[in-house]
Ligand binder design. Structure first.
Ligand code: ATP
Ligand code: LTN
Length: 334
């Protein structure tokens, strides 16, 4: 608890350009929760280097992502928006937690299997212990709740297991976090292959709608989206392409899938795709406008970066010191 509020932690990697999957599955929930909780929203740049990055590009993307958090509507005076690499306690706690996590547990992580298949030339130890760093992120702030997409559930389960294991040995050190999965938009699929998650690292630009895509591009991508052969707008397993578009439309407009089915009864795919495109354009327009303004205000963004790194550092150090003491590290002589 911080000031009688429960704590929320979440983060995103600055690898690639954010998609509407990231927005509808994660960022939008962050906004809804940001009043109720004391929130920490990190740009997790330590995680990013588990796959090879161009340094200048990473720096640029990290800043754009941090700016985007604010453009999406998070108030940086109320929510702690910061770079993970500015708070060294993340790496320090991750080391300690590495010693409380089993190889067998990490071996089971599906994201590791996926990413090592994708980057077969660089299966580094950081990629393997990535979930431990994620556990450190969450546990450092004694987070009660962690909003993520379904793909991150396995990492969250591991975080809970590690926290409970540590607590069983040393007493109640960590809050055991709960996942928060949004009701709609938790798993937006690729527009070109509805069996695959929409992902910012997809090589096919038509598979994803990016947050910064202009209206024409968005409309074109939806027009080309892979659909099914039943030619009616129905939310069912037999029509994964249409189901995905309904999910996107629902998450963008707040309408329930049943309402969407009713709205498009007797209409074809063409009309529906047009409506989905327009709904997404409407959702993204204000975010894009605010982003363009914020990007110009370098001094403001710099001040946010500085203030929030200090704030995050303060809370992180508190937990880290406690953990260091518990495991038996000698106290510093001051
Ligand atoms: P990458 O392609 O680089 O692995 P990604 O697009 O899968 O990236 P992450 O950085 O792993 O995105 O995820 C950021 C947040 O967005 C996480 O909370 C994740 O669960 C959520 N998210 C990512 N993709 C989707 C999606 N297709 N649908 C819903 N939520 C998603
Ligand atoms: N692994 C997450 C990003 C991430 C995260 C976190 C999310 C790193 N640390 C802590 C929630 C809480 C991802 O790839 N989406």
């Amino acid at each position: 608890m911080i000031d009688d509020k429960k704590v929320l932690f979440s983060g995103m990697q600055a690898t690639g350009t954010l998609t509407i999957g990231n927005y509808l599955g994660a960022l939008k929930n962050w906004l809804t929760l940001s009043e109720e909780y004391e929130c920490f929203y990190s740009v997790v740049d330590l995680h990013s280097i588990t796959v090879r990055q161009d340094p200048a590009e990473l720096r640029k993307r990290a800043r754009a992502l941090l700016t985007l958090y604010i453009a999406a509507g998070l108030d940086p005076k109320k929510n702690c928006i910061y770079y993970q690499s500015h708070v060294s306690a993340h790496a320090e706690l991750a080391w300690i937690l590495n010693c409380f996590t089993y190889m067998g547990e990490l071996n089971r992580m599906t994201q590791f299997k996926d990413k090592s298949a994708k980057h077969a030339d660089n299966i580094n130890a950081g990629l393997f212990t990535y979930p431990v760093l994620m556990a450190a992120d969450i546990l450092l702030y004694q987070a009660d709740v962690v909003p993520v997409g379904i793909d991150q559930m396995q990492h969250l389960e591991l975080t809970r297991d590690v926290a409970q294991r540590f607590n069983a040995i040393y007493g109640d050190v960590f809050t055991v976090p709960e996942p928060y999965i949004g009701k709609v938009g938790a798993k937006i699929m690729s527009l070109q292959d509805p069996a695959k998650k929409m992902s910012k690292s997809d090589e096919n630009p038509n598979a994803s709608v990016y947050l910064m895509d202009d209206p024409d591009t968005i409309m074109r991508k939806f027009k080309r989206a892979v659909t099914d052969s039943e030619a009616c707008v129905r939310y069912c397993d037999e029509q994964p392409g249409i189901r995905n578009l309904i999910d996107i439309y629902s998450a963008s407009t707040g309408k329930k899938p049943e309402e969407v089915e009713r709205e498009f009864e007797g209409k074809g795919y063409g009309d529906f795709k047009l409506a989905v495109g327009e709904a997404v354009v409407d959702v993204l327009r204000p975010v894009q406008e605010r982003f363009a303004e914020l990007e110009k205000d370098k001094a403001y963004i710099d001040s946010i970066i500085k203030e929030n790194a200090e704030k995050a550092g303060y809370y992180a150090q508190k937990t880290l010191r406690k953990v260091q003491k518990k495991v038996g590290f000698p106290e510093k002589i001051r």
